[in-house]
Design a protein around this ligand. Structure first.
Ligand code: I3S
Length: 163
């Protein structure tokens, strides 16, 4: 994974697109609001960033292959009502259009488990509970993606448990 804007010198351990919703915030139940988020695991921090304009987020392009990059630039160009010159898409892909971190979760003292059926009707759902009383559901339609995240989050939690 590329570095995040928050910690430019530290490469992140894992990144990717996941569906995420909070279900509890500071101990209080909140309404679900599933959203697709660019997710970055770095040390004991888990960072979520929304892509801008429904396209892609800051590091997507940097972690993509060239054919993927060209395809996504072409599709964002086609989607625009008033296409801009191609060069402006290229510049936005390389950092001009970085999305802001939406929120960060502290994994120290957190726990992860597979969410029970009553938490969500979706498949492959991870429930993450933080020490601060925030509970998140994390999901992807691709089960291998979710399994990898489960392992990465469990590892990060045990590595940073006593900090
Ligand atoms: O646990 P819930 O309340 O059944 O979650 C569902 C709702 O949040 C629903 O939204 P509205 O009640 O605002 O229409 C969402 O669209 C669903 O995705 C939620 O359930 P899942 O099972 O997808 O997590």
């Amino acid at each position: 994974c590329p570095s995040s804007p928050k910690h430019p010198s530290t490469p992140s351990e894992k990144c990717g697109v996941l569906n995420v919703t909070k279900i509890t915030e500071n101990g209080k139940k909140v309404r679900k609001n599933w959203a697709s988020s660019w997710t970055v695991l770095q040390g004991s921090s888990l960072l979520f960033a929304k892509g801008q304009g429904g396209t892609t987020s800051w590091s997507y392009y940097r972690s993509s292959s060239l054919p993927e990059l060209l395809l996504s630039l072409l599709s964002s160009w086609k989607r625009s009502a008033k296409p801009r010159p191609a060069v402006s898409y290229v510049s936005s892909a390389f950092g001009g259009n970085q999305s802001k971190p939406e929120f960060t979760v502290d994994l120290r003292g957190a726990s992860v488990e597979w969410a029970s059926k009553d938490k969500s009707s979706k498949k492959h759902v991870i429930e993450l509970k933080t020490r601060q009383g925030t509970e998140l559901l994390i999901q992807s339609e691709i089960d291998s993606v979710v399994s990898e995240w489960f392992r990465a989050l469990s590892d990060a939690i045990s590595t940073h448990a006593w900090e």
